[in-house]
Write a protein that binds this ligand. Sequence first.
Ligand code: ADP
Ligand code: MG
Length: 744
Amino acid sequence: MDESTRLSAVVSTAAPRLAKERDLHTVGDLLRYWPRRYRSRDADLSALHVGEYVVVVADVKQAVTRPMRNRRGRILTVTITDGSFDMEVTFFKPYGHEERLVPGARAVFAGEVSRYGQKWQLAHPDYQILAPESEGLDKDRGLIPIYRRVPKLQNWTIVDSLNLVFDQLGDVPDVIPADVRRRRRLPDRLEALRGIHQPRDWPHVQASRRRLRYEEAFVLQTVLAKRRREQALEKTVARRPREGGLLAAFDERLPFDLTQGQREVGDVLASEMARDTPMHRLLQGEVGSGKTVIALRAMLAVVDAGGQAALLAPTEVLAAQHHRSVTQMLGDLAEGGMLGGSEIGTRVALLTGSQPTSARRQALLDVASGDAGVVIGTHALIQQDVSFFDLALVVVDEQHRFGVEQRDALREKGKQPPHVLVMTATPIPRTVAMTVFGDMETSTLRELPAGRSPIATHLVQGGNSRWVERTWERVGEEARQGRQAYVVCPRIGGPVDIGPSGAAPQEEEIVDTPPEPEDVLDRTEDLRDRSEDTQDRAEPREWASVYAVEAALRRLPALAGLDIGVLHGRLSPEEKDLVMGRFGGGEIDVLVSTTVIEVGVDVPNATVMVVMDADRFGVSQLHQLRGRVGRGRHPGLCLLMTDTEAQTALERLAAVAGTTDGFELARLDLEQRREGDVLGSRQSGGRNQLEFLSILRDEELVEQAREDAVAVVEADPLLARHPELAAAVADRIDEEQAAFLERG
Ligand code: ADP
Ligand code: MG
């Protein structure tokens, strides 16, 4: 028997339930039905508390069946005792229990304790009759695994089913090579599975969990080690900088000096692109640290060398803004081939999903002919009908919205693999970088350009009308001094069909609602089922919407006479462009918007941001949002409005107000998320999700796994001597691709 054996062949009675209720069909499925927690066998009846889950071996002292007082039917009340303390056990459907729970019977009972009158009670617990005078099920086993309930099955049945499975189970394939196991003192897979389902004691559970954690880290790191190796063997065209070209001309026009960090990163990029192996580099840097300039210089270097560069942005607003600012920064350098344009110049094409057909056709032509050296766009760039003349460099802006697969899809647009630069403003803890971006080298910009003003952040509680009033006065004051404000809302609201086309939303507006506290579990201690936990959560009230807030602001005396605009993803691209253009040009004083302005939007004259219902946003998201203000000469002010009274939410907001250290906040944010979200596998739902590993907490393990994986891949690149590992790796890659296609 092995993991692929049908459960029906082993546990015939329980199999249909396990299949129907929990989708468990094979022995392997059941082996991966992890216990949610453990109970020690020897519960002490003298020290109980309500809601506690107990497992107790006890004797039946008395059993009475009587009609119920207020309802039809009968009730069976059984008094049990462990010798010193009594407890009451009740069943509302006595049938089947009466003949078994007779005085003198010994059984092990498991269930949640409640209080009934003066007595402790277990209402319809699981139980199993034991031989008289027996001590318990297995004397040598001290812990009982407690599984997520399967309707109409007792916990014991699951335990028994697993016992049957283990009795017959042959060899279990192990993805971790024996020498690695030895060196890291890890049990083999079979032993670990036993330790989870049939633990001798607590250390047995711990060692087994450690092994399963390591296994997840090891497979992940092997995938990455293989990817890195394959990348190192790839050949591409070296793009060497040219003197007196576009880049040189651009540098001459730059109105500021590059910071030390910008220069250093620039040099690294130049030298990596001058090699014939493709660059794979991640650039981290706080909002406003000047990443875009670095990227643009790398793009121009590539154009100088005869190639094309593509800049991939996460939203249409951002793509359009990049297009505008790049074109503007380049000036006549962006008018290559046009009358009056510079001789060394090029063209900057914009490609988005919803642009008019004629514009798109022209852009596609410029991209295919190579007339456009710089191409800026959204996901539309990945589409099939886009072909490049000679794609040399791909820059991905704000990585957290793009997966590995999207990067790959764009890479395939080159005749040879292009160089890749990924930029992110979300600081990434080391082990996460090692995992999520494990196939890339990392650079970090640590300083902000000189003369940047600090951002002050304050919490404004909606209940305090003085503060709320003062908030809008402040907005008014800034606007009257010629500066501008953002007001960010979690919802759009208003009429559903907006815009001439009545278009569906053009891009997702992600309100990154942090999980409720009960979702944030110590998964290593308690693999609780979350769908159960989230069922009866209260309906949220309506959150502030763009249109409702706009209407309210128009009535405020504090903002009288100011120009108020709205921006959100449901506007048509032209409308969005128009609004952003007017805001950028200073015509709009107060912009009420959704999170479409979250990443990268750059209007240096904007100094105040008010975030409505700030508790609806994640920590990193708030940090990103406030990065939109204080980008110019004047200090930035961010006001976080909230009505929440939830302690955790207030703490989160206080943390954002208390520090501008993005690294610290990113860590906080990640701790509040599920690991799956961090890895972007939210949608996959497959069985390759991390179940034991915590990328944040298991730092040492991730590092060890990485080291081991690199060694294994080095010695055996095709994993020919490690078929189990090869299969697990292939499985993981398949799943990533499937998830990608699904999202399409
Ligand atoms: P990021 O993309 O990292 O958020 P940007 O590249 O958009 O940052 O830069 C933010 C602003 O700072 C832009 O207006 C840019 O022109 C300006 N900037 C970039 N580098 C410098 C520098 N070295 N000195 C002064 N201003 C700079
Ligand atoms: Mg940017």
